[in-house]
Design a protein around this ligand. Structure first.
Ligand code: PHE
Length: 337
């Protein structure tokens, strides 16, 4: 066979390398095997040149194969298999998407809070994330233009709606919906939980977005003592230990008297005796708030409280910075998985 015949085979095999998904297989082509087997049967004077040509062909093929394989490897990296149900090149390719995600710690803890209160007989209602001036202020005995309105740093939409700055926006609805219960001799007992929003500067203890839980209880005989007992029970259940509590007067237009409720930081959670932590605002529901919801304040009495969820959780787990919760940082979030 002549070297020009080798050239013909060479261009055929190189074409095959370019079009094959498995280019290395081309080295096993029968044409190549035939060439090798011919070397030995050639006359001595032809053998050298022929052998050299076959050898060059082999080197050319190997070079082309290597280039083709590199090209394939690169193409592979860039290709996204849109039919794959999850990112096979992700950091945890062995996990399904549902296993890669974890429940947010605030959701988990909120479920614990809701569970404690529902076992105490409270209904649980999620609060709204967009509300109006009436539920934020008017129904809660904030007089028009009263400076207490400014204390809530409310955002407002162009249309005048308010992303609620506290879950107290739900009080009027809970009271109105519960009115009939009172008339039937039952009490109103509900908590409301959800996101609240304040237009304030963010730091380790302030966020523009956070969670609150609000409680409302009304009956014909509710007392401040009932309220303190309920709250104490709650905190003791949440932290799973006995706690000392104290209150101090505070002003909220929708309660009278209004109080700030504090617990002594438990030693088990790094507290020193006499280290008090304010946990929430509370008080006896103002007669104007009851009246606004159609409840006769001479017949019925109630108490309400509201406080932040993050603060509860931070104390429980010794989290030092409130901003972690909204940071979307997976190493933080996965610790609670
Ligand atoms: N809504 C008040 C706040 O966020 C807390 C509060 C709720 C106070 C209910 C009294 C009664 O500051």
């Amino acid at each position: 066979m002549s070297t020009s015949a080798i050239d013909a085979i060479r261009s055929q095999l190189l074409d095959r390398v370019q079009s094959s998904g498995t280019p290395r297989e081309v080295l096993k082509a029968p044409e190549l095997r035939d060439l090798y087997s011919q070397i030995g049967s050639l006359p001595a004077e032809e053998r050298g040149a022929f052998g050299k040509a076959v050898n060059e062909l082999k080197i050319a093929l190997e070079t082309a194969i290597q280039a083709r394989e590199d090209e394939q490897a690169n193409a592979d990296v860039e290709t996204i298999d849109v039919t794959a149900p999850w990112g096979v090149r992700g950091s945890h390719p062995e996990l399904l998407p549902t296993q890669q995600g974890t429940q947010h710690p605030l959701t988990t803890e909120l479920e614990v809070v809701i569970d404690i209160f529902t076992r105490m007989g409270f209904a649980a209602i999620e609060s709204r994330q967009i509300d109006d001036d009436f539920h934020m202020f008017g129904a809660l005995n904030f007089p028009d233009d009263h400076p207490a309105r400014d204390g809530y740093d409310t955002f407002r939409t162009e249309e005048g709606f308010i992303p609620p700055a506290h879950t107290s926006t739900m009080q009027h609805r809970i009271l109105k919906d519960g009115r009939e219960k009172l008339e039937n001799g039952e009490s109103i007992a509900a908590i409301s939980y959800g996101r609240v929003f304040r237009n304030e500067d963010v730091d380790a203890t302030h966020e523009h977005t956070f969670y609150q839980v609000e409680g409302v209880f009304v009956s014909d005989s509710a007392t401040l003592g009932d309220m303190l007992g309920t709250l104490r029970r709650f905190f003791e259940a949440y932290y799973q230990q006995e706690l000392r509590i104290k209150t101090q007067p505070a002003y909220f237009p929708f309660v009278e008297p209004g109080l700030e409720f504090a617990i002594e930081k438990p030693a088990a959670l790094g507290g020193k005796p006499g280290e008090w932590l304010e946990m929430l605002g509370c008080g006896m529901i103002h007669p104007n708030v009851l009246r606004e919801a159609g409840i006769d304040p001479t017949k019925y009495r109630g108490f309400a409280w509201g406080g932040g969820v993050e603060r509860l959780v931070m104390l429980k787990y010794g989290i030092e910075d409130l901003r972690h919760f909204e940071s979307a940082k997976l190493p933080f979030l996965r610790k609670f998985a």
